[in-house]
Ligand binder design. Structure first.
Ligand SMILES: [Zn+2]
Length: 190
């Protein structure tokens, strides 16, 4: 008798596959890593620097499979302020997922779930000074002047220019000359 033909299994370690037929009732620890290629990210954005590491306790409860533990992976980001690359580790501590068990399937593949959950945790506006791996002072913060510098750059005092005073003086003279003397022609009532 020949074994039924099957699609060849993926290379070891490239998927997080839970074999339900071998999962003990009390659950089991799954620990390992998925290659960085599972992230399948567009060029120009965050770049994975490490495999996706997982350490998950997987347990089945009837129609549900739960996995809880930790996921982590290192990425290279571009800082939104200084535009320089920096490395950071994305860690999902206390991670938990739940999947429905397909009664017809002998296994369940959690690869896409853990991949998506790591990607969702990537910072939308990465800043090098907030990196957990190697935090540093963002060089771009030097580009923003301090308030004290702005104030000392202002002119010392806005003094009235000399010719401005002359103008006012001339106006005073003009005013005196043009001021009509009190009219001495009383109106007559008709
Ligand atoms: Zn920066």
């Amino acid at each position: 008798m020949s074994a039924p033909s099957r699609t060849p299994p993926p290379p070891a370690g490239s998927r997080l596959l839970i074999d339900l037929t071998e999962l003990p009732d009390e659950g089991r620890l799954f620990e390992g890593s998925l290659p960085a290629s599972v992230f399948d990210l567009e060029p120009g954005g965050p770049r994975p620097l490490s495999p996706l590491h997982y350490r998950l306790w997987v347990e089945r409860d009837g129609d549900h499979l739960t996995a809880s533990g930790e996921l982590s992976a290192d990425f290279s980001f571009e800082c939104v302020r200084c535009l320089e690359p920096f490395d950071d580790r994305i860690t999902l501590d206390g991670y938990q997922l739940e999947e429905e068990v397909d009664a017809k399937s002998p296994s369940i593949d959690l690869t896409d779930r853990v991949r998506e959950d790591i990607l969702l945790a990537l910072p939308g506006h990465p800043r090098c000074e907030e990196a957990s791996l190697t935090p540093r002072a963002c060089p771009a913060s030097e580009m923003f002047p301090k308030v004290g510098d702005i104030i000392s750059d202002l002119p010392e005092e806005t003094s009235t220019p000399a010719d401005s005073r002359t103008i006012w003086g001339a106006l005073d003279q003009l005013d005196l000359k043009s001021t009509p003397k009190s009219p001495e022609n009383p109106r007559r009532n008709h």
